[in-house]
Design a protein around this ligand. Sequence first.
Ligand SMILES: [Zn+2]
Length: 202
Amino acid sequence: MPAFEFRMISDSNFNARCYFGGKILVNAGVLPVVQNDDEFAFVIAHEMAHALARHAGETASWEIARTKGFQFASFINDWAAESRLQKKSVELVLQGLNVASILTVSLPHDRLQESEADHLGLILMTRAGYRPQAAVDLWRRMAEVQTNTASLLSKAIAKYCSSHPPDAERLANLKLWLTETASNRQNAAPLGDSSQNGNDQK
Ligand SMILES: [Zn+2]
């Protein structure tokens, strides 16, 4: 398990992110949006889940694979230029490949990671004694705020929502997992020594 380290930074945008080795940065802009400790716990637990599932490493591996693919494509491009093929056509094909690889590899992969982080995050927050329904409440509110693009709040959370879209599928999954985590909560054993996990106040 990574040695988690949490920092809050002075940034009014709603955002939180996880880096290699369990370092988690949370913007101060999260605080005016979350309405209780449970919602805040979900934001943190979601990032912890990314760390536990080693998503940063997975993403790096996929990006290396994509880069290798484009090194090969660049070689083809050079070869085509030497062969006097229509350079413009080859460039268009390469641009198409870039878009296709994002649509077929990167985006589905990101969605899968987000889904895993939601699921594992729900389990973590529940085991730590927080109310998992708060995850659904938070995402539903984020979706509502997003439709009101003029509000200051929606601008503050826009970036987070671009990588964490609060769509119908996400909400449906969270509701489904609530049932599962409710039984986890009833059967929950303490998560190790409470003096170490920093949850003495709950
Ligand atoms: Zn995430």
